[in-house]
Design a protein around this ligand. Structure first.
Ligand SMILES: Cc1cc2nc3c(=O)[nH]c(=O)nc-3n(C[C@H](O)[C@H](O)[C@H](O)COP(=O)(O)O)c2cc1C
Length: 325
């Protein structure tokens, strides 16, 4: 692949976006002592001995004068949950520090909290870099916390997941006609669901309940006082339907009670049962996710929510409050 001598700026930027980076916020104090900062993904390590880092700032930045004249700056590597902070510091003209918790570092440098790493630097060099100025700093202090990092790739925020050692590419050619392969999403989701749910079966059996009972109790646990038809609407995606026999059976065992408007309420026993089932479900989840780090777990759940949204035929939201009777 060759690069044009005078590449189209948008295409060039797009190609650069192929390089996945972390996201940083660089801060300093200007000549008047005011805090300033901006979001940068041009950060990079330079030298171990002496410890040095670099980043670059667009000449058009309103922060240019402050950084040009600053003896020190601080680089903050953002954590996965700091996307809003990143957006705040990428906004020109905004009061970027409003409502942001700040600690003080070398020469009163503003230090942000909740980051994965922070480097306090002495400005060592400044270089011309086309429409940017490259700042090189000697690190005089740093701290580091084991948090999942925020990433930037292809012009969008991203999250990091470790590659499984056994990650294999899907081989559609290996599939027999009319059958699905082991990478078929329905198989993967179904098998993961049944195996995870299988871990809970003992707990359900102990309470003489089945999966549909569990769905009903879970929906009532979020908000009770719903009619059977409303619960049906929420759990309909499972293929289960609530029969009047089932409600009679749950009521006979003092797990739910119905009011004159045919709304279902959890009894004391029902709530206790639900707490025990929730503990079993939590334990099953912890076992299943034991090999994942915090970031992978968040990524997995995030992607599953995507699949739920993209396949939702318009089901009611289980977490929405029921209409008041
Ligand atoms: C993820 C991300 C990375 C960025 N990286 C840089 C960078 O390395 N250098 C830069 O000059 N601007 C970068 N920007 C843009 C600046 O953050 C933004 O233009 C700047 O904050 C504008 O405000 P200012 O004029 O007050 O500096 C980045 C923005 C985002 C969202």
């Amino acid at each position: 692949m060759t690069m044009a001598a005078n590449p189209d700026a948008i295409a060039f930027r797009g190609a650069l976006g192929a390089f996945a980076t972390g996201v940083t916020i660089v801060t300093t104090r200007d000549g008047t002592g005011a805090d300033c900062g901006f979001t940068a993904n041009s950060f990079n390590s330079v030298s171990l001995d002496p410890p040095m880092v670099l980043w670059s700032l667009a000449r058009t930045s309103q922060n240019m004068e402050a950084f040009r004249g600053a003896s020190h700056f601080a680089v903050h590597i953002l954590a996965a949950d700091q996307e809003a902070l990143s957006n705040g510091f990428a906004k020109r003209g905004a009061d970027k520090f409003a409502g942001v918790e700040v600690e003080r570092g070398e020469g009163d440098l503003p230090l942000l909290t909740g980051c994965t790493a922070r480097f306090q630097c002495r400005t060592a060099y400044q270089y011309e870099g086309g429409d940017h100025i490259i700042f090189v700093g000697e690190v005089i202090a740093f701290d580091h916390e084991d948090r999942a990092p925020l990433l930037f790739h292809g012009g969008r925020y991203a999250m990091a997941a470790r590659r499984a050692a056994t990650l294999t590419a899907c081989d559609p050619g290996a599939q027999r006609t009319g059958s699905f392969g082991e990478d078929f999403l329905g198989y993967l989701l179904g098998r993961a669901h049944f195996q995870l749910y299988g871990r809970m079966r003992d707990s359900l059996t102990e309470h003489d309940l089945d999966a549909t009972d569990h769905f009903i109790l879970s929906v009532l646990g979020i908000n009770d006082g719903r009619t059977a038809a409303e619960i049906d609407g929420v759990i309909g995606y499972t293929g289960a339907h609530i029969s009047s026999d089932r409600i009679t059976s749950l009521a006979a065992r003092d797990i739910v009670r119905t009011d004159p408007a045919d709304r279902l309420w959890l009894t004391e026993t029902g709530r206790r049962t639900l707490v025990e089932l929730a503990a079993a479900a939590k334990a099953a989840e912890e076992d299943a996710l034991g090999a994942f780090d915090e970031n992978e777990t968040a990524l997995l759940k995030h992607l599953l929510k995507h699949v739920i949204r993209s396949t939702d035929p318009g089901l009611p939201d289980p977490w929405a409050a029921p209409e008041t009777p």
